[in-house]
Design a protein around this ligand. Structure first.
Ligand code: ADP
Length: 718
């Protein structure tokens, strides 16, 4: 089971330390935090209005691009001199016209040549080399369309708003990978299975597996129970806690599985208050420890929306947007009590809820209002002496660890939809991480959204009873930057060969600690351009995090024994083959015991995933079986050592092929540009889709995986 004790201990400590200041406002809370180890950096920021350090080049009239390079929260905290280039004062009248491009040494002017956000000095050679523009199919972009259009325009790429007969380089989907099934080439901005993987229950299970293996590393996720199956366990554990210490009265938050925008969420203090059945249906949900002491600003609870790009699964490449959003509650925060449990405007930070409060402030400024940029909040905290560098590096670690937790199952989905050797697109995806900072500044993961809202306008009552969509400058500032720089990173003409993670971990010597841009010299793919909004964090920090990728190695074994392409579940014969090939049976553990183990675990998981229409053993059930086998074989070791030992044993039995297989598991077919399509894309028969091909190749006559029905339920943006 997970060990959340570390977080608890820190919480308790901070409660004790600040008990007297309970009523004090957030400004005082922040001031009482430990001072930054580098006072010079604070001198640089203190007294500087947050807005003055944000490079705001946006103009609502003609929609000039925003500059999120300068708004990056990981600016150099090394004293005034190093800080100076990053500081642009909005109050300076010359600012709108000119700024210095990092590293170029030249002062560029607003009317000079632009590419997207950035002013570029083009060399004569580059100017002469014309290439065709990158093509983007935006026909399925839905609510991200506006931001996508702006990004494409800034990059001078070519948009196909109604789709295109010929293949496009990039397909932008609004909801899921399956928005358009007829894509055999190019790149799609969604991974298959991401929606399912990030639903609250699946996500909690994936993190729990990691908490079992690495309790200290995964203490950033609140302790969670899955309902209805773990209700009894939840009730018993809470009763025991209360019996031990009558003064303890924790609060819990119940979140429906697949819910979003705060829908159906409620707080409880008594396990008996869980609504297990709604109507006549058992409600699938996660009940989670409620963080009672969040960091407050202006006495309000807030959370962080951070955009994270998974550029590729194999090799794993993760980027974090340096600029994000913070969403504020609209009622001053008080610690949970029986009286205030139902005050959603006090406890839930969702924009979709708080926008209906009379106190919601739509502001054009990035550092006031109910939605602000992350950098404006970080600058404000830095001015109060908070060690922002540490906060930021904790956030980076949280993101990498979370992605590592979900990648194993994503790989199973990926090989099912885009089997190696079959034509199919490659995938990338922007995720929305919701993070809460505790009063002691420790970041806590609330959830990850597979479909974060990319809307850049909001509804406003322009006259009594008359609502209109009006531009939201804060959203535009952040989201256009994220989409545009994602596109830049996915530019097919800028692709560089990348090493697999095995090569990386062997070959390079990454740094010991997570660094800021200033220290590591972050580079854009194009040397002529300033660094991107998106900062690469993996494989950059491979060395610090590679040891966590144990579940991925288990997933590689699982995928290897799945056999029939397109399957996501292991049948009993395949499980037996796994045991035989890896020589895991013995006179003490006969094949009959293996069959019993298979039946036992598969039955339990089938009951837990009531909506699953596929028979067999899924990855999470396989992981449970693997843990069991590891425990039997290496009794005297810790769970982590048991798992590592069993993995080494299995991999040795399978030979080098297992490593090859691992690195191949998310590769795709050779460039499919040669495939000529005569028929229009959208009316094309199912033949072009990888999914039917997979089904045709399958000897399995059972219905294909239930991706679509589940997908429909998740068609809401978060
Ligand atoms: P949804 O997908 O419905 O938005 P979230 O998990 O993001 O669900 O929760 C909604 C809001 O509830 C969050 O934005 C946050 O303000 C609050 N919240 C969620 N989990 C916790 C928690 N464990 N402790 C404190 N607040 C939480």
């Amino acid at each position: 089971m997970s060990d959340y004790g570390h977080v608890r201990a820190e919480q308790t400590k901070s409660q004790g330390e600040d008990a007297e200041k309970e009523a004090a406002d957030s400004e005082e809370q922040v001031a009482s935090l430990p001072a930054s180890p580098d006072p010079s950096s604070i001198t640089a920021t203190t007294g500087t209005d947050a807005s003055s350090v944000l490079c705001k080049q946006r103009s609502r009239g003609h929609r000039e691009p925003a500059c999120c390079v300068k708004a990056a929260p990981d600016w150099p905290l090394r004293g005034p001199a190093a800080f100076a280039p990053a500081v642009i004062n909005l109050n300076n009248p010359g600012f709108e016209r000119a700024f210095r491009v990092k590293g170029s040494g030249s002062l560029l002017h607003g009317t000079s040549e632009t590419n997207g956000n950035y002013l570029i000095n083009r060399g004569p050679q580059e100017q002469s080399q014309k290439r065709r523009p990158v093509t983007v199919d935006s026909s399925k972009a839905k609510t991200s369309l506006e931001a996508l259009k702006m990004s494409i325009k800034q990059l001078k790429w070519k948009e196909f708003p109604l789709g295109r007969r010929a293949p496009c380089d990039i397909y932008w989907h609004g909801v899921s990978f399956h928005d358009n099934e007829n894509i055999v080439s190019g790149q799609v901005n969604k991974f298959p299975g991401m929606v399912e993987m990030l639903r609250k229950i699946n996500m909690s299970r994936a993190v729990r597996t990691m908490q079992e293996l690495f309790p200290e590393e995964y203490d950033f996720y609140p302790r969670s129970w899955i309902l209805p199956e773990e209700h009894q366990l939840f009730a018993t554990q809470i009763r025991l806690i209360k019996e031990k210490d009558a003064a303890v009265n924790p609060t819990f938050i119940v979140k429906p599985d697949g819910g979003s925008q705060g829908d159906g969420i409620y707080l409880i203090r008594d396990p008996a208050d869980v609504k297990l059945v709604v109507g006549s249906q058992a409600k699938q949900a996660v009940v989670q420890e409620y963080i009672p002491k969040p960091l407050l600003i202006d006495k309000l609870k807030f959370d962080i929306r951070l955009y994270v790009l998974i550029k590729s699964l194999e090799p794993l490449e993760i980027y974090i947007a340096k600029e994000g959003l913070t969403r504020f509650c609209t009622e001053p925060y008080q610690e949970p009590s029986q009286k205030n449990l139902s005050h959603v405007f006090m406890h839930l930070t969702n924009y979709s809820l708080n926008v209906h409060s009379g106190n919601f402030v739509h502001s054009d400024s990035q550092n006031t209002g109910s939605k602000r940029t992350l950098s404006s909040v970080l600058y404000r905290l830095a001015a109060k002496g908070v060690d922002i560098k540490r906060v930021w590096s904790d956030i980076i670690a949280l993101v990498i660890k979370t992605v590592i937790a979900v990648v194993p199952e994503l790989k199973v989905y990926y090989q099912a939809d885009i089997p190696p050797g079959k034509p199919g697109p490659t995938c990338f995806q922007i995720l929305g991480f919701d993070i809460l900072l505790m009063k002691n500044l420790k970041p806590v993961l609330l959830e990850v959204n597979s479909n974060p809202s990319m809307r850049i306008e909001h509804e406003q009552e322009v006259a009594p009873g008359v609502f209109e969509f009006v531009p939201s400058p804060v959203d535009e500032e952040v989201k256009v930057g994220v989409i545009r720089d994602t596109l830049r990173l996915m530019d097919p003409f800028h692709k560089k060969p990348v090493m697999s993670y095995q090569d990386k971990s062997r070959g390079s010597e990454p740094r010991e600690e997570i660094q800021t841009d200033a220290e590591s010299g972050s580079r854009s793919p194009d040397e002529n351009q300033p660094s991107l909004c998106l900062k690469q964090v993996y494989p950059k920090y491979t060395k610090q995090f590679n040891h966590l990728r144990l579940a991925e190695r288990i997933a590689s074994l699982f995928i290897r024994f799945l056999g029939v392409k397109g399957n996501m579940r292991l049948g009993p014969t395949a499980f037996r083959t796994f045991i035989r090939t890896c020589k895991l049976s013995s006179s003490n553990f006969t094949m009959a015991s293996v069959d019993i183990l298979y039946i036992d675990i598969t039955r339990r998981w089938a009951a837990a995933a009531a909506d699953s229409r596929e028979a067999g053993m899924g990855l999470q059930a396989f992981v449970e079986a693997f843990f069991y086998l590891a425990g039997r074989r290496f009794r005297s070791l810790s769970l982590r050592e048991q798992v590592v030992s069993l993995l080494e044993l299995c991999e040795a039995q399978l030979g080098p092929q297992s490593e090859d297989r691992r690195s191949l598991s998310c590769s795709r077919a050779p460039p499919p540009r040669a495939v000529k399509t005569q028929t229009p894309y959208h009316t094309n028969s199912q033949l072009a889709s990888p999914a039917p091909q997979r089904r045709a190749a399958s000897q399995d006559n059972r219905p294909p995986q239930t991706l679509k029905p589940r997908m429909l339920r998740a068609s809401v943006e978060n």
